[in-house]
Ligand binder design. Structure first.
Ligand code: SAH
Ligand code: SF4
Ligand code: F3S
Length: 471
């Protein structure tokens, strides 16, 4: 048993990251354990977690399990959790209620919890005490060890907890079963060292560790050869890519080398404003296959709050960067993340945030009420706002954000734009895909266009999506 520990999770040493190239192996004893059995995997959280789930699926399938879309049919149920806000916590415990109920009639079902919540001390304590229906708990650092953890739990017939609060390694050979045949997630770095005072990620994901450029480029080249049209380069702070490698190679270089693989579309998330350098901007502007879409989290428009958050930029610096991006990358869509009601946020601070939104007129924004996370500095700061005030601020912010999102979308009406058709639309008989600027479009199109970038005329515009026709 290994329990998570927040104090250890915080530690950052100068030790070089280990790159492990041959650590994944399903023990012979576990090779066929899933034969004739099904797995159900539910994923919460960011793209990083979505991609981790693609690794978990591959590992389960290596053990013989096949995928089930419903939990009721499954022999093994896994929940890949997110710890970013309190509501994630509630979702997980709600889900476990359903598992417990299922296990009353089928005792042999195996239930596992993994992901960022498994890295939280308080969560694992709670699971160990009250939730006997959970058989295995493992964290973000040892996904590749799932077969071994499962084996231990089956052998000992008891709850197996294997969570490591370490800085972390880079594992190169974990198998992956991608959800899409058109677009792929590609990790370029893991972890985060920014320690924004509200955020749990540096504790749940370890230190910032970049993959070697050649490993990333080779993965992209293989994807191109297998027919993939789009890659999204993933990291908590992609702009800081390479800084931990001790070689003279930055995100700008990586974007350029990725562009040269000739893959149709390149995206990247997330960009911390702090590390966005000119080289990166120039490369995005230069290559047509790097999409003109940037997610640039603001968090707050108040310098005082930004400082308390530990974001290391001012409103002025943010706007300077924003304007530079808009100037140098024509047609560039910019979206953002904003937190309201951070401890100590006054009405004036909140107005500063609205001010920035009114200036930037974002294409869209994810907005959140601040949620204290145990172990982060923010959780110790006093918050005098009532629930009502917090909700009012979120509501006001959303009104402004939605107004500009709508305006941005309306500009597309009647225009012809490139869309990569990546799947079936929820609306029957249509396909769906995204414009280069990341707008969701439902398209009247024949299935033969699936997986292709097509020119689409936008015929109708809604707040969150558009309709279109192939031209
Ligand atoms: N690495 C990214 C953010 C990842 S988390 C970045 O630095 O931009 C995604 C978003 O969740 C954050 O941008 C932030 O807006 C929000 N978030 C993170 N912690 C939060 C908390 N404790 N309460 C509310 N929102 C939070
Ligand atoms: Fe969290 Fe800040 Fe790191 Fe983003 S940069 S993951 S918000 S600590
Ligand atoms: Fe959530 Fe972990 Fe991602 S906390 S947002 S799943 S890195």
């Amino acid at each position: 048993m290994n329990l998570p520990n927040l104090k250890d999770a915080k530690v950052r040493t100068k030790c070089k990251t280990r790159i492990i190239r041959d650590d994944y192996k399903v023990p012979d004893s576990m090779k066929n354990i899933g034969k004739g059995k099904k797995y159900y995997l539910k994923t919460y959280g960011c793209q990083m977690n979505v991609h981790d789930s693609e690794n978990i699926s591959a590992i389960l399938e290596d053990m013989g399990f096949t995928k089930s879309d419903t939990m009721e049919d499954a022999d093994i149920i896994l929940l890949n959790t997110c710890a970013i806000r309190e509501n994630a916590h509630n979702k997980m415990f709600g889900f476990l209620g359903r598992v417990k109920h299922l296990k009353e009639s089928r005792k042999d079902i195996i239930c596992g919890i993994c992901g960022c919540m498994a890295q939280e001390e308080s969560v694992v304590e709670e699971l160990r005490g009250k939730y006997k229906c959970v058989d295995i708990i493992f964290g973000t650092h040892n996904i590749h060890k799932l077969p071994n953890i499962l084996e231990e739990s089956l052998k000992n017939q008891k709850q197996e907890v294997e969570v490591y609060s370490i800085e972390g390694n880079v594992y190169e050979n974990i198998p992956v079963k991608r959800d899409s045949k058109v677009k792929a997630w590609v990790n370029i770095m893991y972890g985060c060292d920014k320690f924004c005072t509200y955020c749990i990620v540096p504790y749940t994901r370890g230190k910032q560790r970049s993959r070697m450029p050649e490993d990333i480029i080779n993965e992209v080249k293989e994807l191109v050869e297998s027919g993939y049209k789009e890659v999204t380069l993933l990291g908590q702070n992609v702009n800081a890519y390479g800084k931990d490698l001790g070689i003279d190679y930055t995100m700008g270089d990586l974007l350029e080398d990725t562009a040269k693989t000739k893959i149709d579309r390149i995206r990247f998330v997330t960009s911390h404003p702090w590390d966005f350098d000119d080289k990166m901007i120039d490369v995005i502007a230069k290559y047509d296959n790097i999409m003109p879409y940037i997610h640039l989290p603001l968090q707050s428009g108040s310098d005082r709050i930004l400082k308390l958050m530990g974001r290391r930029y001012t409103k002025e610096k943010y706007l300077e960067l924003f304007n530079k991006l808009k100037k140098k990358i024509p047609n560039c869509a910019i979206t953002t993340d904003i937190i309201v009601a951070f401890p100590g946020e006054t009405e004036e601070d909140f107005q500063d945030t609205l001010d920035v939104v009114n200036t930037c007129k974002y294409d869209s924004a994810f907005t959140f009420i601040y949620s204290p996370r145990i172990g982060t500095p923010g959780a110790l700061m006093e918050n005098k706002l009532s629930e009502k005030e917090k909700n009012e601020r979120l509501y006001k912010l959303n009104e402004v954000v939605n107004k500009y999102a709508n305006e941005a979308n309306r500009k597309y009406l009647g225009k012809v734009v490139p869309v990569l058709l990546e799947g079936e639309s929820e609306k029957k008989g249509r396909l769906m895909g995204y414009t280069d600027t990341m707008k969701l479009v439902n398209v009247e199109a024949d299935y033969k266009y699936l997986g292709k970038v097509v020119n689409v005329k936008i015929t109708a515009v809604k707040t969150w999506s558009m309709d279109g026709k192939i031209v």
